[in-house]
Write a protein that binds this ligand. Sequence first.
Ligand code: SF4
Length: 222
Amino acid sequence: MAGTTKQPGRPTARATGAVLKRLAELYPRHPLNVMPQEPFQVLVATILSSRTKDPTTNAAMDRLWPRASDPEGILRLTADELAELIKPVGFYRNKASQLREMSRLLLERFAGQVPRTREELIVLPGVGRKVANLVLNICFDLPAICVDTHVHRLSNRLGWVETDTPEETEQALMEIVPRRLWSTLNRVMVNHGQQVCNPVSPRCSTCPLAVKCPRIGVVKSR
Ligand code: SF4
């Protein structure tokens, strides 16, 4: 269980919880403009967001959703029409094909519903562990930590983990973050990573976490 043991140099569950609660006050909304009660929307937006800035993803979703807001709707569009609607998200032609194939599988195997297990989610095209965890987490309130590039970077800078891959970060975070805050973690760390603790030039002088951060002023991009 989170926080029952403490490795030397690692924060306690109480310490990580305090930081996450502080960030949650600052960042009440996820940068992806999605509704947790709409799993298909969250799934599509998360796939589109890969290698794409969130404002670009949100704009693409604003164009796509009035035309296609369920698997049947996606399949009524051709791959070219889909690509035009989601352009310029990264790899938009590949993603258009993935969305059509994913919609076909959802209808064939899951009656058009987004499945509620990681094992089922990751068989869908374009869905890896990161996307699956976000859907499980914010749509179904199931315990999972979605580690993207921001979560990975910030967790390392704060000294919470010392890891090389998002998968290692996910495992390490599960040991030191209270389970009740797993759903909050992605939202607040992505916001903080985008707005303050950016990859190349973190704004340490205005960072509310500076007093607790071992890397203040000495951060290099990782
Ligand atoms: S003090 Fe600097 S390095 Fe540390 S979390 Fe804040 S912005 Fe990032």
